[in-house]
Design a protein around this ligand. Sequence first.
Ligand SMILES: *[C@@H]1O[C@H](CO)[C@@H](O)[C@H](O)[C@H]1NC(C)=O
Ligand SMILES: *[C@@H]1O[C@H](CO)[C@@H](O)[C@H](O)[C@H]1NC(C)=O
Ligand SMILES: *[C@@H]1O[C@H](CO)[C@@H](O)[C@H](O)[C@H]1NC(C)=O
Ligand SMILES: *[C@@H]1O[C@H](CO)[C@@H](O)[C@H](O)[C@H]1NC(C)=O
Ligand SMILES: *[C@@H]1O[C@H](CO)[C@@H](O)[C@H](O)[C@H]1NC(C)=O
Ligand SMILES: *[C@@H]1O[C@H](CO)[C@@H](O)[C@H](O)[C@H]1NC(C)=O
Ligand SMILES: *[C@@H]1O[C@H](CO)[C@@H](O)[C@H](O)[C@H]1NC(C)=O
Length: 916
Amino acid sequence: MPLSNKKLSLILAFINFFLLACSEQLNASSGIPPVAYQAKALLAWKAGFDNQSQSVVASWKGNSPCSKWIGISCSRGGNVIRISLTSYGLRGKLHDLNFSSLPNLLKIDLFNNSIYGTIPQEIGKLKYLMYLELARNGLTGKIPDSVGDLRNLRVIQLYENQLSGHIPPTLGNLTMLDSLFLHLNFLSGSIPSELGKLKNLAYLRLSSNNLTGTLPLEFNNLTRLVAFRMSENLLTGPLPDNICAGGLLEKFTVPNNRFTGPVPRSLKNCTSLYRLRLDGNQLTGDISEAFGVYPHLNYVDLSRNKFYGKVSSNWGLCKNLTSLRISDNNMSGQISPELGKATLLVELDLSRNHLVGGIPNSLANLASLLELLLHDNKLSGDIPPDIAKLPNLANLNLGNNNLSGLIPKNLAMCRHLLNLNLSQNCIRGRIPSEIGSLQSLQYLDLSWNLLTGEVPKVLGGLRSLETLNISHNELNGSIKSTFELMQSLISVDISYNQLEGPLPDTKAFREAPVAALEKNKGLCGNIIGLDKCPGIQHDEGKQKQHRKLFILILLSLLAVPIFLYISALIVYYLHHRARNLKTKATIEDTNLFTIWSYDSKIVYEEIVRATDNFNADHCIGTGGSGSVYKAHFPSGQNWAIKRLHAPEDEMLPDLKSFTNEIRTLTSIKHRNIVKLYGFCSKPQQSFLIYEFLERGSLSNILNNQKIAANFEWIQRLNVIKDVVSGLSYMHHDCKPSIIHRDLSSKNILLDSNSVAHISDFGTARFLKPNSSNWTSFAGTYGYSAPELAYTMNVDEKCDVYSFGILAMEVIMGRHPGDLVSSLSTSSARSFQSSVDETLVKDVVDQRLPSPKTHVAEEMVYIIKIALACLHLIPQCRPTFRQVSLQLSKRRPPLQTAFHMITLSQLLDPRRDQSLH
Ligand SMILES: *[C@@H]1O[C@H](CO)[C@@H](O)[C@H](O)[C@H]1NC(C)=O
Ligand SMILES: *[C@@H]1O[C@H](CO)[C@@H](O)[C@H](O)[C@H]1NC(C)=O
Ligand SMILES: *[C@@H]1O[C@H](CO)[C@@H](O)[C@H](O)[C@H]1NC(C)=O
Ligand SMILES: *[C@@H]1O[C@H](CO)[C@@H](O)[C@H](O)[C@H]1NC(C)=O
Ligand SMILES: *[C@@H]1O[C@H](CO)[C@@H](O)[C@H](O)[C@H]1NC(C)=O
Ligand SMILES: *[C@@H]1O[C@H](CO)[C@@H](O)[C@H](O)[C@H]1NC(C)=O
Ligand SMILES: *[C@@H]1O[C@H](CO)[C@@H](O)[C@H](O)[C@H]1NC(C)=O
């Protein structure tokens, strides 16, 4: 990747050189309109911008564009040759720009604005244009044929628009073209064979379109190719055999298409390869000998194809390889011990094949390995005890093989293990008590083995465990005291064992289905389908009462000395801290760095590297308390790094909001709340490390026309329910309860399954019963409850109000500002004015087809709840517990057809009494 970026910048430098060199020539050539005409054309274009964009280019006035017009560069001869307006938020159309008046343009760069409408045919008049950069805008319609007339073009960047239609074959005439980036559009049809004539083409990226048909044979003639990227299309047929004929190919990524046939022959010798992705196709053939040794190779994924043969030992000789994935194929034979030589491997996934033999001991040399997935094969023999030497292993799945022997005791040395799956093997013996020391473990599956004996008590020490499956073994004994310690447990399956005695009194067991507990020797508890425990209930109650009384007496006896002791501690602490603060300011490098689960120093350096030292290119969002960066690791793993803004008046970061967030987040574990992995606090460099959620913020989704149009009603309603579930947990299940204080669509993040997670607790505080002295205003304008204008009393009802706004935003596809202001201008409840007869169907997001049947029912119900949450009087808003309860109830079908329901109907106080 770094190499290709370098090349691209070389090309740009080359173009810039040309921009100057050509300018005098242009001036000399005849027929160029006087500069006043050029000014006029730009001013006419500006006049079509919306008001705000016009103010951005306020410097465009008069008739001398070459003097201080923002974004405009001129030749020495005084002609406009370059328009460079990257990321100015411009909203306007290209059609308003008279290209005939600006024939000497060499470069148009409007990257990342809101340019909409089509690309006009007249663009073909820019005979000298070398650089056309219109990526990340809202362009629609076809790419005009006339682009093929721009014979000097080096670079075309049109990605992330909404362009449709076919790729024009005329592009084949652009013999100078070096880069063609059309990814993330709606392009359809097949790829024109004329593109094979682009003999200078180095970078071709057509990913994420709707392209069909086969790749043109003529691609075999592209000998300058450096990157060839076609992922996520509907392409069929074989891959071009000579794709690496030029020997320059670094990236060949074609995943998730319908390609068939063998691996291109030229790849075997292609020593320049850096990244190779063929996954998710229907490629076939014996790949035992299809690949060579690639010194630069960093990433390979061949998963989900129909490959067979042996896993080549050559992969072990690719010294820079960090990721090797060949899962879901028909690979057979043994795992080559040579793989243990690729010592930089971070991920090794050979799962779902027909591999036999033992797990080679040499894999223990892969010290960087985070993920080892060998499940669903036919591997046999013991689990090599040296696997435990893998100090960074986070994910180990050996499930569904024929492994035998014991669970190695020194697995306990994999201190960072998050997931451990040894299920469906023939593993014998006891569960070693050492497993109890895996403090990071979140998922443990030992089911369907031959394990015997008692579950060791120390397993209760798995404080992070969320899923536990030990079903289908021969385990015996009582589990109550052990499992009661696992408070983080969410899902449990202990069925088909010989366990007995009372069930642990934890949420996971109380809510477990009977199937997860059945077929044991004698489990008892308050669960339908299980026997009640004889006598125990009663006795325990009494014991508890006694214990309470005893503690009460003890406490009253100890109250005075404890008070004195605590006071002394506080005085000491404050004194000490004052001293510490003084020294801290002088020592620049005070390192308060902590990362859970990973080697902190390495992770710190990797994060700085992965974000290019927090370069703006990696920034994916900015909020009140900091900016969020996407850190992509060579392993393919992504993390979200939130770097906190340093307050302007001091050197130290905003530690208050920082520690606040950490305290809040670490105490929370919930499906709908963003997970925090670690944090770093140094002077001038404080950041939090979160799970990365692929789909980004709700706000971005709703604001992106293309994505919003595919964000379906069911998904939207589920997002709303997810938010309710997360907030209900924060308000009612956390002790002390937590108020978010800054709920907005920017703070709701979606994962790849569109499950919503609440993020950004920078302003959340613990709701202590008696503290009402909030010092500063928190919240995002447009979401904060109206009472915050006159009181600083923040309580749960402020979150309820923000939720109401958020829910309406999800349904309307935009912020419900105007609707809410008409709500509040009428009196608190009468609301009989302008909105009175507004139909619900006209309010909901028009980018989606009108909802039908039960979706419509559910939506109407949710709107009703959302409007109740927007009540001006905080006390009249429902709590999240009430909302959550309402959402879980069955509802009668609608009385009125969806398209006839008005908003005022949903506000009728008699109708929503049930919510209060
Ligand atoms: C744009 O500005 C003009 C004059 O300043 C004003 O008359 C017009 O209403 C504004 N348009 C919008 C959409 O705000
Ligand atoms: C060419 O450049 C000269 C000054 O260098 C200028 O006076 C003249 O107007 C330019 N010609 C055109 C056609 O722009
Ligand atoms: C390429 O340009 C020639 C004119 O130079 C034109 O006749 C031809 O149609 C163009 N080819 C394509 C494929 O558009
Ligand atoms: C992509 O093509 C498929 C079938 O060819 C079609 O059903 C689908 O609507 C297309 N999607 C887009 C976004 O054009
Ligand atoms: C490749 O280019 C050669 C000439 O450079 C041409 O003769 C041949 O037809 C081209 N092959 C394909 C498949 O286009
Ligand atoms: C691989 O390289 C060798 C020597 O460089 C060459 O003889 C052979 O033809 C090449 N094979 C392929 C398939 O390109
Ligand atoms: C291997 O990776 C390292 C670190 O990323 C890099 O410095 C080195 O140049 C790479 N080696 C090759 C042959 O690409």
